[in-house]
Write a protein of this length. Structure first.
Length: 476
């Protein structure tokens, strides 16, 4: 049973230390969220799982970590300065800002286009129902900043952007990585990092924020590779990866992005969608993009290359000092590799994991308990060590010693801040797979009780076998 809606997760996340509204002491900052002690562990585990899968388990992908602020020319030649726009509409009545491409249009007017319908006063503000809306105007979503102490606000020579995707840091390093690591095409470059977009309508908790984290991989292939088929292959692999994170296949769906909605660099994009809005009665409105897999052609490598020319033989990029082409030793041909790009969001993955792991269970007393059934590898804490009597120094001492002995092999915590029932309930709610209880008998038989989060079954384990026992069960 996944969470019935995002609000359920917002409340759990705040109560239990996963995610807090940012800048709350000053009334918050729309759409910004801070990850708390458990949230940062969950994010790290998602990122680590991805990095292991993409970089370590395969032999054809390298990892990098590029700068967030790049030379402005990167964004000029990537096309982002000219095209990374959203159409913005304002309600003159209540000042609500809307994205023109997300406005619900009247059924019989869909062919006319949003601008025409606004002129005809046939579009209503979803907030106040006014039809007094401005015509759509394009708004560039890149955050601007200025570089250097002497820079004045509008000096174009010091203008820079916070990156809106991690991908460009990979493209401009293509040749560095390829030559330093002596790679042959096909191979990939992966990166995890923050990206920034001045979204017009952020919202829905961590689903759409202005600062977020991406896990992107650019896979470089030959120009005559079967690109469209490769997109399908990566889609399949990612669906399996998400399932391995505990996300049910029933809550995943594929969406072939229509040609008119493709990004300027893409020839084909398939989005993997997650059911973030199960409460919505209309099924098509339950889904939102979790990630996208795009065929970016050779657009980016050519755009950043000094020697690439357009159809008329004119250099595309007179500012670049490098040619990012590749020489194939076997065929003796030089070409710009084509790219398949799986681009996933850390925050959207975390939200999907939390929603899918959410479950409720009723105990013997008829009380409903929340259990976060996250897969063990993602659980922020793997084992909680709980003393049955916190006023008994021998029991407390033994519990703390067990915690310390487990720490080198798995993330363990010691907790004595409540009665055992409360402690179990808290650990269930944050997804801790095992609670280890130290009781009076433990002092005699050097054994502890291990309680399973999902079944609530308990077994007695010798302290000397505990680390191995937990490690084996965490692999299940
Ligand atoms: N390099 C390609 C690219 O950035 P994208 O579809 O714009 O593609 C990839 O972004 C992923 O990044 C999305 O599928 C989503 O998971 C995440 N993402 C994008 N914008 C986001 C936002 N405003 N808030 C949270 N995550 C976002």
């Amino acid at each position: 049973m996944p969470a019935p809606n995002i609000d359920t997760i917002v409340s759990l996340a705040k109560r239990r230390g996963f995610v807090f509204p940012s800048s709350e002491v000053y009334g918050g900052l729309g759409s910004a969220w801070d990850y708390g002690p458990l949230g940062v562990e969950l994010c790290n585990n998602v990122k680590q799982s991805w990095w292991r899968w993409i970089v370590y388990d395969r032999d054809d992908i390298e990892g990098i970590d590029s700068s967030i602020i790049l030379n402005r020319l990167v964004w000029q030649y990537s096309g982002h300065e000219a095209t990374f726009h959203d159409p913005l509409v304002d309600c003159r009545e209540c000042k609500t800002r809307l994205r023109a491409d997300k406005i619900d249009l009247p059924e019989d007017g869909k062919g006319s286009g949003v601008a025409e319908l606004i002129r005809q006063k046939r579009v209503k503000c979803p907030n106040c129902e006014s039809t007094d809306l401005t015509e759509p105007r394009l708004f560039n979503m890149m955050f601007r900043t200025t570089l250097g102490a002497a820079a004045v606000e509008d000096d174009p020579t010091s203008l820079a952007y916070l990156r809106p995707e991690t991908a460009q840091g990979i493209f401009i390093n293509f040749l560095n990585v390829q030559t330093a690591m002596r790679r042959k095409v096909p191979f990939g470059i992966a990166q995890i990092g923050k990206s920034f977009r001045n979204e017009i309508t952020p919202g829905n908790f961590i689903l759409r924020t202005r600062e977020f984290e991406q896990m992107e991989m650019e896979y470089f292939v030959k120009p005559d590779a079967e690109h469209l088929k490769l997109v399908d292959e990566w889609v399949e692999q990612y669906v399996e990866w998400f399932k391995g994170l505990g996300i049910s296949g029933d809550n995943l769906q594929l969406h072939e992005v229509p040609a008119e909605e493709l990004a300027h660099y893409s020839k084909r994009t398939v989005d993997i969608m997650y059911r973030y809005f199960p409460e919505r009665p209309e099924e098509p409105r339950q889904w939102e993009e979790l990630m996208g897999i795009a065929y970016r052609t050779d657009f980016d490598l050519r755009s950043h290359s000094s020697k690439a020319v357009d159809g008329e033989g004119t250099r595309i990029n007179p500012d670049s000092t490098e040619d990012l082409s590749y020489f194939d030793e076997t065929t003796k041909q030089r070409f710009y590799p084509h790219v398949i790009e799986p681009a996933a969001g850390v925050n959207r993955t975390v939200l999907a994991v939390l929603m899918d792991a959410y479950s409720e269970k009723t105990n013997d007393k008829g009380e409903t308990r929340v259990i976060l059934k996250v897969v063990p590898k993602l659980a922020p804490i793997k084992a909680a060590i709980l003393p049955l009597a916190k006023n008994k120094p021998e029991i407390v001492g033994m519990a703390k010693a067990i915690k310390r002995s487990l720490q080198p092999v798995l993330r363990a915590v010691y907790d004595d801040t409540g009665g055992i029932g409360k402690l179990y309930a808290r650990q269930d709610e944050i997804g801790t797979p095992f609670c280890v209880t130290v009781d009076h008998q433990s002092l005699e038989d050097e054994a502890v009780t291990v309680r399973d989060r999902d079944t609530w079954e308990q077994e007695r384990i010798k302290v000397s076998n505990l680390a191995e026992h937990l490690q084996n069960r965490l692999k299940e």
